[in-house]
Design a protein around this ligand. Sequence first.
Ligand SMILES: Cc1ncc(COP(=O)(O)O)c(C=O)c1O
Length: 406
Amino acid sequence: MNTKELTDKYIMNTYGRFDLTLVKGDGCILYDENGKKYIDFASGIAVNNLGYNNHAINSAVINQIKKLIHVSNYFYTEPQALLAEKLCKNSFADKVFFCNSGAESVEGAIKLARIYAKKFSKRGYKVIAMENSFHGRTFGALSATGQDKYHKGFEPLLEGFTHVKFNDFSAVEKLINGAGGKAGNGKDYCAVIVEPVQGEGGVNIADKGYIKSLRDLTAENDVALIFDEVQVGLGRTGKLFAYMNYGVEPDVMTLAKPLAGGLPIGAVLAKDKIAKAFEPGNHASTFGGGPLITAAANAFIDEITKEDFLDEVLKTGNYIKSKLDELKLDFSEFIKDVRNIGLIGAIEFYEIKSKDIAVKLIEEGFLTTAVQDKILRLTPPLIIKKGDVDLLIESIVNILNGHYNK
Ligand SMILES: Cc1ncc(COP(=O)(O)O)c(C=O)c1O
């Protein structure tokens, strides 16, 4: 049996896979089993921010693997400590908790907010989350996720999550302050969780005023403001963290996807004020922050904090923006909207299924992701070059002209 047949026979059927088996990568190029090349505009869903076969990541992993792969968190290890220092020194945070994935980082953030409320702010356990959000597949993260399609069949979900419209400050304000608020059930809420840019929701970018107002309201009420930056943190928006686009700081932030250069990791970052609520025994992860993974993550952070790295991301992001705007003008009959911030972008179609475009782009040698029924998402490695962007846009133009413009 070939790889596809083995997979289909032995692996649970949870993914709608493309008919493509990938075997290696270098820079922004992936190769299939027949040696065909693909320019990557997916990055393993916003993970491979430095592309493939990156020298810094490879060397860090190879060096560390010879020393120590795993010991328990009953002991100290240098790569973990150094990574925590780097994350804190480069962000709003004072403390970090390490885990293994985005969903786990969301679980950790929610547990932290709840225990902080129990011990210090004396607020309730409920969490305000956004419609159309995505926070992961474990029960806490799934309950926070504001898209019914992910919930179906798994009910009952965890109680205590209220979903409100994204980018609508008054909806949050009403819950915390409004009718039944201060005098009533507003005290029930301990946290607001929001993605500054909803990635899985279709690249919906939060307004500046909205994020600022959320910050003010949560600070006034001692409610934890959690930014889920699993998808858009760590350089994706052209800033080291997405919150840096907004001129405010969260109390808690979740990170995962690109942090360890393609190896599994998650992190919960928090200010001391909230982080102090966790005590030994409150939360843990066997593999969280292991030396191999954190050695890779240290290399990743060193690379993306090098002078000019993020300036280049911004420049390429602005270039993509100009190209997407042109595309929308030229194909206004098909394209409803284009959006991007840094190197996360989306093309939203009126009628065309994004999956169909993604399949045609594979034939043309490009990998993208179909994030919602009619939204094609672009999350290239942060090292993508303008020339690659031109090739992708040219291909999309050809597909739209050839298949739809008749
Ligand atoms: C914003 C956000 N949070 C959480 C997750 C879940 O991450 P993971 O798949 O690593 O559990 C994702 C994954 O797409 C995400 O985009």
